[in-house]
Design a protein around this ligand. Structure first.
Ligand SMILES: *Cc1c(COP(=O)(O)O)cnc(C)c1O
Length: 381
């Protein structure tokens, strides 16, 4: 099956007892057994649940892997993957990963004896130089948030496979989604998602997922998923499954609208920088073109007049909602310096105070541009 067919059918079949076309929400914690220890594949819903199993199989197919595991949130998924790393082992991570990821690594997991190095993973020489004999995991995010930096997944997987430590390569694929890029096919070992974003796609559910093709990794991760228990409920799995059905159509329109917004921003004198992976001025344009199907729906830009201007624009849109998060059908606007990235202020991850981040939604592009024009006109006042 091709991707557009998989999003609708992979992991799902009409319910054998009723013929229901949509995967039922199996709102049950336990399952009646046919005899002692004789069950039909389901014993207890922390371990497995049919609605979750459908979501896990669907996501695995989309990421071209054999195995999927769903979690209560993106952070729960990331936390589970990091439990593949033992005390005394080293993790090499990108230096502008999602803030929650950085917090988990730096503030929580260091306390358990894991070692972390954060480098610019868009620079392969930095990746090579930071690998150690005890490196167990390379953690990549591409494109990153909010600067949309793009790392070369295939090149880094190649570096990992040649290094004597043979570290695993994990990619947080939340921003790109499997429609734009499939890290497992590019040589990564593990893919992670916050399904809260584009996969769910409607800002109505929090969830996460881990996808792998290696049976040994799946076995270890399934053990950890059941041991830690940070699983999503069946209703949440249903919502993500439903969202995924329109992923390819949504991602096409997100990218079209994002390009229209980029073109508008390019023409504005107040804007000193527009950041979009498929914009030829982007520093990693070549890698993005090679690795991604389109540029996605996230656009960032810098206002010359700094934080006050960024706040003014963000507070004067009407269609773009001033909110954190991303990836839903509705457009969102935020000021990372004062909102999502406030905790990075004095760190190397600090962002420009005049930076504005847009999650460009599926409204009509002309309405989105008119909305931004209106917000820009508030700057002149
Ligand atoms: C939102 C996000 C996460 C965390 O996911 P939650 O579902 O909020 O726990 C991780 N990585 C990226 C890139 C994200 O955007």
């Amino acid at each position: 099956m091709r991707f557009e067919t998989q999003v609708i059918h992979a992991g799902q079949q009409a319910d054998p007892t009723t013929g229901a076309v949509m995967t039922p929400i199996y709102q049950t914690s336990t399952y009646r057994q046919d005899g002692v220890g004789r069950h039909r594949g389901y014993e207890y819903s922390r371990t497995a649940n049919p609605t979750r199993a459908a979501l896990e199989a669907c996501l695995a197919a989309l990421e071209a892997g054999r195995y999927g595991l769903a979690y209560a949130s993106g952070m729960a998924a990331i936390d589970n993957v990091l439990r593949l790393v033992d005390a005394g082992q080293h993790v090499l991570a990108g230096n502008d990963v999602y803030g929650g990821t950085f917090r988990l690594f730096d503030k929580v997991l260091r306390r358990y004896g894991l070692e972390f190095t954060f480098v610019d993973t868009t620079d392969l020489s930095q990746v090579k130089a930071a690998l150690r004999p005890n490196t167990r995991l390379i953690w990549l995010e591409t494109p990153t948030n909010p600067l949309l930096n793009v790392s070369d997944i295939a090149a880094i997987a190649e570096i990992a496979s040649r290094h004597p430590a043979r570290p695993l390569v994990a990619v947080d694929n939340t921003f790109a989604t499997p429609y734009l890029q499939q890290p497992l096919a590019l040589g990564a070992d593990v893919v992670v998602h916050s399904t809260t974003k584009y996969l769910g796609g409607h800002s109505d559910v929090v969830g996460g997922a881990v996808l792998v093709d290696r049976a040994d990794l799946h076995e270890q991760l399934a053990f950890l998923q059941n041991a830690g228990g940070a699983i999503p409920g069946p209703m949440d799995c249903f919502l993500v499954l439903r969202g995924i059905k329109t992923l390819p159509v949504r991602m096409e329109r997100h990218a079209e609208n994002a390009q229209a917004v980029v073109d508008f921003l390019r023409g504005r004198a107040e804007v000193t920088q527009v950041i979009y992976p498929f914009d030829s001025a982007h520093p990693h344009y070549e890698t993005a073109r090679r690795q991604m199907r389109n540029g996605g729906g996230m656009v960032s830009f810098v206002l010359q007049a700094g934080e006050a201007a960024a706040r003014t624009v963000a507070e004067n849109t009407h269609i773009f909602a001033l909110a954190e998060s991303l990836g839903g059908v509705e457009s969102l606007i935020e000021v990372p310096y004062a909102m999502t990235h406030a905790s990075t202020a004095d760190s190397p991850l600090a962002v420009d105070p005049g930076l504005v981040r847009l999650s460009v939604g599926l409204e009509h592009a002309a309405d989105l541009i008119a909305d931004l024009e209106g917000a820009f006109s508030a700057l002149a006042k």
